[in-house]
Design a protein around this ligand. Structure first.
Ligand SMILES: Cc1cc2nc3c(=O)[nH]c(=O)nc-3n(C[C@H](O)[C@H](O)[C@H](O)COP(=O)(O)OP(=O)(O)OC[C@H]3O[C@@H](n4cnc5c(N)ncnc54)[C@H](O)[C@@H]3O)c2cc1C
Length: 312
């Protein structure tokens, strides 16, 4: 067996401008790597041609930060799933994201794999991505401006980053996702994520669902809901008919039945020999949707109880 060089140079830049300048120097022949849990496998298995260089962004100070800013939480693209799952800020104010990062791979994968890599890989079932879509996060993209050396930053809605299975709108030979930002849960809001997975064998999820819910001030109706299901189509799927079936309706079982029917109608779940039959997966759309919406409602109500004025 001949051994093949999969990359010729490995760079460890310590700033975003340095990473982008390195990419520019290789003019499309170098690629960003973070945890490497997707990319190195793809290179080794010949799914991607060898590259001239890998530009590793895991040592850039601040790129793995998780912090609060006025009105939003910012999660660095190089934050690992372990770090996100353990973050009190994310667990409290973006709960579904902590839950989804907590089920990715095993501990070894979670310790190195990053949320930026999860999104840039652009799979419709990527767990961290499914929650970011339900949270309607935005991604910050950095690229070099025409005048050499100047870095341009742009915030884009996360849903605009996906073109198809494994096809990102971000070009990791020239661009970098630097961070995600999301609105933290406020009073009367909660979120949850749930997934069904084969217990062994190929690491392919059968289905994952994330939901964020905002209740009316009295806690009795859905004021706002956003739902993401994956895989249920070529990109992480926003279940907008199911959302519409809940928004403005009483938070009770009749509304949930209507939302489940809508989600089962709109989700494009196919039979896959690696996942499960379409019939089973459609059934699971209902099971998981009910589970995550109920969990999100319970969390949202807990806040309302805590915030309610105490009786004299
Ligand atoms: C055993 C195993 C189990 C797994 N289980 C799961 C699972 O349960 N759920 C799940 O969702 N995934 C799973 N994965 C897939 C993978 O671990 C995740 O998608 C992970 O988040 C990828 O992150 P990474 O940092 O390792 O990405 P890398 O492999 O470093 O990069 C992936 C892609 O993104 C690009 N990229 C990386 N960072 C950036 C950036 N900041 N800006 C622009 N482009 C970038 C790279 O060029 C590459 O194309 C598993 C993988 C393995 C090997």
């Amino acid at each position: 067996m001949t051994s093949m060089v999969l990359w010729e140079h490995y760079h460890l830049p310590t700033s975003v401008p340095e990473a982008l300048t390195l990419l520019a120097r290789y003019d499309g022949r170098a690629r960003i790597v973070a945890g490497g849990t997707d990319l190195i496998l793809e290179l080794e298995q010949g799914e991607r041609p060898p590259v001239a260089a890998l530009v590793d962004v895991s040592r850039i100070p601040g790129l793995n930060d998780i912090r609060e800013e006025p009105g939003c939480i910012v999660v660095g693209a190089a934050a690992t799933h372990t770090r996100i799952e353990a973050s009190p800020l994310i667990r409290t104010y973006a709960t579904c994201l902590a839950e989804s990062c907590g089920v990715i791979g095993g501990p070894q994968v979670r310790n190195v794999a990053t949320i930026g890599g999860n999104v840039a890989h652009a799979l419709p079932a990527a767990d961290g991505t499914v929650s970011l879509v339900a949270l309607q996060a935005e991604a910050q993209i950095a690229r070099l401006a025409e005048e050499a050396g100047r870095v341009m930053y742009e915030w884009r809605p996360i849903e605009s980053l996906f073109r198809g299975p494994g096809q990102s709108a971000i070009d990791p030979t020239r661009e970098l996702i630097t961070a995600f930002r999301l609105r933290p849960h406020a009073l009367g809001e909660g979120s949850a994520f749930a997934r069904i997975m084969r217990p062994q064998g190929l690491a392919l999820p059968i289905l994952g669902v994330a939901a964020r819910v905002r209740l009316s001030p009295d806690g009795m109706a859905y004021a706002d809901v956003s739902i993401c299901i994956g895989p249920a189509g070529p990109v992480p799927f926003r279940a907008q008919s199911a959302e519409a079936a809940l928004i403005g309706k009483p938070a009770e079982s009749a509304s949930m039945e209507a939302a489940i029917a809508a989600a089962q109608e709109e989700a494009r779940v196919r039979t896959s020999k690696y996942r499960a039959t379409a019939e089973y997966r459609r059934e699971m759309v209902g099971v998981l949707l009910r589970r995550v919406v109920n969990a999100a409602v319970a969390r949202a109500r807990r806040w309302l109880v805590v915030a309610a004025p105490t009786q004299p």
